[in-house]
Design a protein around this ligand. Structure first.
Ligand SMILES: Cc1cc2nc3c(=O)[nH]c(=O)nc-3n(C[C@H](O)[C@H](O)[C@H](O)COP(=O)(O)OP(=O)(O)OC[C@H]3O[C@@H](n4cnc5c(N)ncnc54)[C@H](O)[C@@H]3O)c2cc1C
Length: 233
């Protein structure tokens, strides 16, 4: 059983990828037929901003006989009985529980007084906090975009541009665009891709690219380019 204990959580597609990869792993071990796989997700669909991606993931779950329970979160785990209790009181027995814990900012941020309702409020386009000259980026900032590295990178780019513009007295820099590309493991080595745009329109939109072996090279180049730029590796 893979269970998410609250939203928002890091990398919304990750639990879906996890069950698909678990299916492959158990198949390789020759025990898939003796196992049941279930995913409990507090979201209404696997990737809400992209209905095409969600449909593809739901089809992949159905093909692999993976049970999907949307709109529910794991509220508690009774280790003595090996039972997960959902927020509607339903009980799900398990032999093996992979849980995504409820997310929160680190204590140092809470103690600073910057957080409100658990996250740091910011102007979503400039990442300015309510304190002058203080910005927040990454998972702790309440931008309305997902808690994913690719969105932290976009927010960092906007803040860097604002700081450079300020120091050079050249206007206000570029705004955070709320755009991100996520690669999704569909199992069998195939990778799908979704490009999500949170700020251009009245509601978030997503472009979905069918999973393929070819997209694996894309994902590897994406990772390698960051390792090289950030760490010189
Ligand atoms: C399974 C999984 C898969 C993911 N896949 C993707 C993906 O494919 N693509 C993607 O874009 N994102 C992905 N993510 C999400 C991505 O990892 C996060 O969104 C990203 O790391 C957020 O960066 P951050 O710097 O805001 O926070 P973090 O990376 O969490 O960094 C915060 C750091 O602060 C440190 N810290 C905490 N308290 C203190 C303190 N008091 N003093 C000093 N340091 C402290 C922590 O140890 C940590 O190192 C995934 C996440 C998970 C869990």
């Amino acid at each position: 059983m893979v269970g998410v204990c609250g939203a928002p959580y890091k990398c919304p597609p990750a639990p879906s990828e996890c069950v698909l990869m678990l299916h492959d792993y158990l198949t390789r071990q020759g025990v898939r037929g003796a196992c049941e796989i279930a995913l409990v997700l507090p979201l209404g669909s696997p990737v809400p901003p992209s209905p095409d991606t969600s449909r593809a993931l739901l089809a992949a779950f159905a093909e692999r006989d993976i049970k999907f329970i949307p709109g529910r979160r794991v509220a508690s785990v009774d280790n003595g009985r090996n039972v997960a209790v959902l927020d509607d009181g339903a009980e799900m027995p398990f032999d093996f529980f992979l849980g995504v814990p409820k997310h929160r900012v680190p204590p140092v941020v809470l103690e600073s007084g910057m957080a409100e309702n658990g996250w740091i409020p910011v102007n979503p386009r400039t990442l300015e906090t309510r304190y002058e000259n203080v910005y927040a980026i990454g998972d702790g900032a309440n931008t309305g975009t997902p808690k994913a590295g690719v969105f932290a990178e976009g927010a960092a780019r906007a803040v860097a541009s604002a700081l450079v513009a300020k120091l050079r007295r050249q206007g206000s820099g570029t705004l955070y665009d709320g755009f991100g590309t996520c690669y999704i493991e569909f199992g069998g080595g195939r990778i799908g891709k979704v490009e999500v745009d949170f700020f251009s329109g009245p509601a978030p939109t997503g472009n979905y690219y069918e999973p393929s072996l070819a997209l694996r090279a894309d994902k590897e180049t994406f990772g390698a380019s960051r390792r090289s730029r950030w760490f010189g590796m």
